[in-house]
Design a protein around this ligand. Structure first.
Ligand code: SR1
Ligand code: MG
Length: 399
């Protein structure tokens, strides 16, 4: 079948014809997506719901003037299959795929919170650090050279060659935020700071370039590659990581760094909101405890998998694991800072900050994020590879 874009009626006809609901069942569908890139429908029948996600041949939030590969749906389905194998229960179940239509059908998770929205409302997710550290350790180890036989690892790299989506991240994350790029979306109240101060920081730009080069060249493990809090559903008991359309084999620390960066953005954003001092203090304590727990559990779980399942001979060389994890830590902090910068004035922002309506107040938060990102990025080797040093720095600088 050749590609055609579905509307809600088309989705109803498609799921009926595909046998995803019992024959003859009445089905309703509505578009529920509010993402930047794709169409997302919820199809319901007799109290049961499915999610139908279809890629469109352009960036949805911009329109047809910015074409984007449909192959991202194939990548997403492939990534979900692998994530379901290694991190089962932590990603949506893939029920059906149609690569010709660039379409996936997944379990409906709308009973869970979109984590970003929940965090904006100061909700807590007590199982999250345990769950996400398992997801990250499983993917970082079981899709790496330390576990996969050489031919399988190369086949994985080949299967996830994802150049258009990678270029999007390369440009929007590592390049555009460091100059007055046409695609940046800049709070007018922030522009003066960017022009007079931020865009003149040549040493910062050099370190951002070093992080970009790692992103371009380090094929360590299969990444989700867009692991911000808008790519996670959660509640008190559950965590599901979704939307891996940017997946490719890249630097393992990138997923960790994006996640940590999003927690820190939320942390700083609380200065621009009207929560009480006690609410802000308590939630900030929760956020930093989560960051510490995520890193410490990741490090421990990765080392456990290494000790139990490593097949590559270099994994038996004394000292290799420790140095590998230390470098992952340094890169995690670097990528966290890179994420904080890009979400402030790049193309795609975080609602945590953009919900602050008063532009001057939003600008003050944005400057604080940028001025915290700088010592994290430039000082990433100076925390003795201890996450407590990073959280102390956040607390000391922001309060
Ligand atoms: C074209 S918009 C691209 C951004 O949105 C996604 O959520 C990713 O974060 C990407 O960078
Ligand atoms: Mg997304």
């Amino acid at each position: 079948m050749t590609y055609r874009q579905l509307d809600a009626d088309g989705v109803v006809a498609y799921v009926q014809a595909s046998g995803l609901f019992p024959a003859g069942a009445a089905v309703e569908a509505r578009e529920i997506g509010n993402g930047n890139v794709n169409l997302v429908f919820q199809a319901r029948s007799d109290g049961r719901a499915l999610i139908v996600k279809q890629a469109v041949p352009y960036v949805r939030c911009v329109g047809p003037s910015w074409p984007l590969t449909l192959d991202r749906a194939r990548i997403e389905a492939d990534a979900l299959e692998i994530q379901n194998r290694h991190a089962s229960g932590l990603v949506p179940r893939l029920l059906h795929r149609d690569d010709d239509l660039a379409l996936l059908v997944m379990e409906d998770l709308s009973h869970l919170d979109l984590m970003r929205s929940g965090m904006i409302q100061l909700r807590r997710y007590p199982r999250f650090a345990d769950h996400i550290s398992t997801f990250l350790a499983d993917m970082a180890f079981y899709t790496s050279d330390f576990y996969l036989p050489p031919h399988d690892k190369k086949a994985l790299v080949k299967r996830f060659i994802n150049p258009a989506m990678c270029q999007l991240i390369e440009d929007l994350t590592f390049t555009d935020p460091y100059y007055d790029a046409p695609r940046n979306i800049v709070n007018p109240a922030l522009r003066g700071y960017l022009e007079q101060t931020f865009w003149k920081k040549t040493a910062l730009r050099l370190d951002a370039s070093k992080m970009k080069y790692k992103f371009l060249t380090e094929a360590q493990s299969l990444l989700h590659d867009d692991l911000h809090t808008g790519s996670i559903f959660a509640d008190e008991e559950n965590t599901r990581v979704f939307d891996p359309e940017f997946a490719f084999v890249g630097p393992s620390a990138f997923d960790l760094g994006i996640l940590v960066g999003n927690f820190i953005i939320n942390y700083v954003s609380l200065d621009g909101t009207d929560c009480t001092d006690a609410q802000r203090r308590d939630y900030r304590r929760y956020l930093l405890a989560s960051v510490e727990e995520i890193w410490d559990l990741f490090r421990r779980k990765f080392a456990e998998r290494w000790a139990r399942d490593a097949t590559e001979i270099i994994a038996r060389v004394p000292g290799f694991l420790g140095q590998y994890l230390d470098q992952l830590f340094i890169d995690t902090i670097g990528y966290a800072a890179i994420e904080m910068i890009r979400r402030t004035h790049g193309l795609a922002h975080n609602a945590d900050v953009d919900r602050i309506e008063d532009l001057q107040r939003r600008r003050d938060v944005q400057v604080r994020i940028l001025e915290l990102a700088e010592p994290l990025l430039m000082g990433r080797t100076g925390f003795d590879n201890e996450i407590g040093g990073v959280t102390q720095r956040v607390k000391h600088q922001i309060g």
